[in-house]
Design a protein around this ligand. Structure first.
Ligand SMILES: [Zn+2]
Length: 260
């Protein structure tokens, strides 16, 4: 198992996710749906899925939903949890290549008719999701045109995010990437405070722990974040966005326009 003993949260504390006044993302057509893919489905379809096919589950920090090359047992529509998609760099390192919150679905290979995951899907922020078994999803997806449309659209958004992340990991300095990562996490968890260990961040950003310390210190000195004992608090969101690389805004604008 490629990812065995590599879990970035193996020794980390659970992610406490205090809620605050962070604005909830706008929901397009289905105001009762907390997941934005489900939100665009016609009300009747959504109700049918909710009462017959979807099952609410609590996902906890550090939980692995899929391993690379592992079978996809369920697809997940996060409502207020956050899932990282990680790829192996070598025997000791993993790197985050994507992040899924309530804007998307975990288990996207299923949309392409593939029942196997290419990445590790790791719960990065505890919370709830609606899940559907792979078999039920396969049958439903085949006949549900609005669901197809919503997930094709999300495929485009996720591909844009993954492509931008690839460019970001190669070209942008660690502190700008850290700022971007914190903003993306904050958006999806709808919180300005969360728990994160250096080790976890090192895996997410593909840098050494000392690199995380350095990057976090830069942001702390500028009073953009407070980071102590694995607890991160965003102090000035606006200035943190200015410190982040342009990748954050590019992906966010694309996503916001999709939801408009
Ligand atoms: Zn970047």
């Amino acid at each position: 198992m490629l990812f065995q003993n590599l879990s970035p949260v193996a020794n980390g504390p659970p992610a406490a996710l205090p809620r605050n006044q962070h604005p909830r993302p706008r929901v397009a057509k289905q105001p009762s749906a907390a997941n934005l893919v489900l939100a665009v489905l016609p009300r009747k379809d959504y109700q049918r899925l909710l009462t017959g096919l979807l099952e609410p589950v609590e996902l906890t920090y550090g939980q692995v939903l899929y391993e690379p090359a592992g079978q996809i047992g369920h697809v997940y529509f996060p409502t207020d949890c956050l899932v990282s998609l990680l790829t192996a760099v070598d025997k000791n390192r993993t790197l985050e290549v994507g992040m899924v919150g309530n804007e998307g679905m975990v288990g996207m290979p299923m949309v392409l008719g593939i029942g196997v995951s290419a990445v590790q899907a790791l719960v990065q922020g505890s919370g709830t999701a609606l899940r559907m078994s792979a078999a039920r999803f396969r049958a439903e997806f085949r006949k549900n045109l609005p669901l197809q449309r919503a997930l094709f659209h999300y495929t485009h958004l996720l591909m844009a995010q993954v492509s931008q992340t690839a460019a970001c990991n190669r070209f942008h300095p660690a502190e700008a990437r850290l700022a971007r990562w914190l903003l993306m996490t904050s958006d999806r968890l709808r919180a300005d405070e969360f728990r994160l260990t250096h080790e976890f961040l090192a895996h997410m950003l593909g840098v050494r722990r000392v690199g995380v310390t350095k990057a976090a210190s830069v942001l702390e000195r500028r009073e953009l974040i407070d980071y102590s004992r694995g607890h991160i608090r965003i102090l000035d969101r606006k200035r943190l966005e200015a410190a982040a690389c342009t990748c954050y805004r590019i992906v966010k604008d694309l996503q916001d326009s999709a939801q408009a």
